[in-house]
Design a protein around this ligand. Sequence first.
Ligand SMILES: Cc1cc2nc3c(=O)[nH]c(=O)nc-3n(C[C@H](O)[C@H](O)[C@H](O)COP(=O)(O)O)c2cc1C
Length: 227
Amino acid sequence: MESRLPDVLPSDPMHWAAAWLAEATARKLRRNPNAMTLATVDGDGRPSSRVVLCKAFHADPGYLVFYTNYRSQKATDIKANARVAVNFHWDSLGRQVRMQGTAIRSPQRESDQYFATRDWGSQLGAWGSDQSSQLESRAALLHQVQERAATLGVSVSADLQTLTGEGPPDIPRPPHWGGYRIWPERIELWIEGADRIHDRAAWTRSLKARGENEFSGGPWSGNRLQP
Ligand SMILES: Cc1cc2nc3c(=O)[nH]c(=O)nc-3n(C[C@H](O)[C@H](O)[C@H](O)COP(=O)(O)O)c2cc1C
């Protein structure tokens, strides 16, 4: 495990971040090593943050993916302002990755493919929850999920734990649920050092929109930063 960044900064910081994520995942350091804090800003400029799971990390061409409800607060924020920030922190590795970039919806086909890999409980949950909307009670939510399951032809027990119908259900992806790709234009790698003399470097690149869900990124250019 490296204790500092190389003297000559690498030109591929996304590969470094991907390797750190892979290492945290392989070493099972915590339940969700792919958890990241996602910060968004609403139409009035108010920031908010929450944890989401990074479900894909493509060092080339350089974007990461999370899944959510397209009517949630974060999705409403992204509609008003697509600029977002994410933060990974692996405490026991003494590493942090920060990114700033632009979020755009994943291609529908990709969201379909990912949704199909989820278990039926999570699939029903995506239909059953109007994420970020107000709720009368926990019981009302369970009832809502059960009712929506029924409209999909899926029969579940009142506690949503067991299927009561026949065979595994074929549940389609809700149109209001899917992925976002985050394309960073700034990335910072941080390694904890003794006496708070941490090692930090930040890289930037330019992004050019290319089609509906794509960007092309220029080369990364990095600088060391004081801790
Ligand atoms: C470990 C962890 C993982 C989570 N993963 C996701 C996720 O991948 N997608 C998601 O929409 N919410 C996820 N959540 C819930 C979010 O933190 C948040 O409560 C929810 O998305 C609503 O946020 P919003 O109202 O700002 O849109 C996760 C929460 C935790 C603690």
